[in-house]
Design a protein. Structure first.
Length: 311
């Protein structure tokens, strides 16, 4: 089974993904986005949050839940904050694919790659797993509103010389953002011989519960100590299907009807939605399960997947 989500968010004064510092100026990450301008299109740079940044928060959510549920984690997973990231046993190239999957839900659900150079007269080694869970960039929906990046001035107090304060500026972004997430459920817990780990159903539940925690707990992004964004889920759509199917991004308009038409044309798949803006046919469309919040949407998809995957 394959699941895809499309989410809409309103974010105000966020600095979730900073790219670099130039002197006392910290720049927000930007990405090229397409804007429809009359009968033509143009490209502009707008604030964005990388999929890698969001995936980091997702892996942190996996660790928190796995510790609560006593599910397998490597020592690297448990010490990710101390290590400064998820290294996924990169220094253990002799650890094969299946052993990694069995002993770490993080490496199972989010993938890994480790290599070892060939020694004299020998061959190198590599262990690799493509992540069953995929994140797009979080980018502005330019059909909803113009997204902006604006520098905000701050001052650091100089205790030794109050007349010489340190002025610095941080770019913050605001806009209506969209994101796509995909989950290849059939590859969670899958071993190289085609069999599955014994707790595969618990891992499937964990994958969706971590997605809920990621957004409800705002586990992704940086600079939240003083730049915690005003962040609000506005709507979303999700599809669960026996074959890979990715929902259209939920741009302003009836994105539920657009995706429902695609599902009906294919002849398979189940659609879910929530809409707090009232711009779609979410609550009225036949054959679509409507929910009130992002968390309820993910939970409904999880229940549907588990009921089919773990019969």
């Amino acid at each position: 089974m394959f699941v895809s989500f499309g989410f809409r968010f309103r974010a105000e004064v966020e600095a979730l993904n900073m790219a670099e510092s130039v002197g006392n100026y910290a720049r927000h990450r930007t990405a090229p986005v397409v804007i429809k301008d009359g009968d033509r299109y143009r490209i502009t740079l707008a604030p964005a949050v990388s999929g890698q940044s969001i995936a980091y928060g997702y892996m942190a959510a996996l660790v928190r839940l796995a510790l609560e549920r006593n599910m397998p984690l490597s020592d690297d997973d448990k010490q990710y904050e101390k290590l400064g990231g998820f290294f996924k046993r990169a220094n253990q190239a002799d650890l094969d694919h299946d052993k990694r999957v069995e002993t770490s839900v993080v490496e199972d659900i989010t993938g890994f790659m480790t290599t070892e150079e060939a020694q004299a007269q020998g061959r190198g080694r590599m262990a690799r797993r493509t992540s069953p869970l995929m994140f797009s960039y979080l980018v502005p929906d330019t059909s909803s509103a113009r997204a902006v990046v604006v520098p905000q001035m701050h001052v650091r107090y100089n205790l030794q010389n109050p007349q010489q304060q340190v002025v610095y500026q941080i770019e913050s972004g605001s806009g209506i953002f969209i994101q796509t997430v995909a989950v290849d459920v059939g590859r969670i817990g899958l071993l190289s011989n085609g069999n599955y780990v014994k707790d595969v159903c618990e891992r499937v539940k964990l994958a969706f519960d971590a997605l809920k925690l990621l957004y409800s707990g705002m586990l992704f992004g940086a600079k939240k100590a003083r730049y915690h964004p005003v962040f609000e889920p506005l709507g979303g759509v999700a599809a669960a299907s026996p074959k890979p199917f990715v929902v259209l991004p939920p741009r302003l308009g009836d994105y539920v009807a657009e995706n429902l038409a695609r599902i009906k044309a294919l002849g398979y798949g189940k659609l879910f939605c929530f809409d707090r803006e009232g711009v779609t046919s979410c609550s009225k469309a036949q054959g679509v399960e409507s929910r009130s919040t992002l968390e309820e949407l993910v939970e409904a998809v999880k229940e549907y997947v588990v009921s089919n995957r773990c019969k």
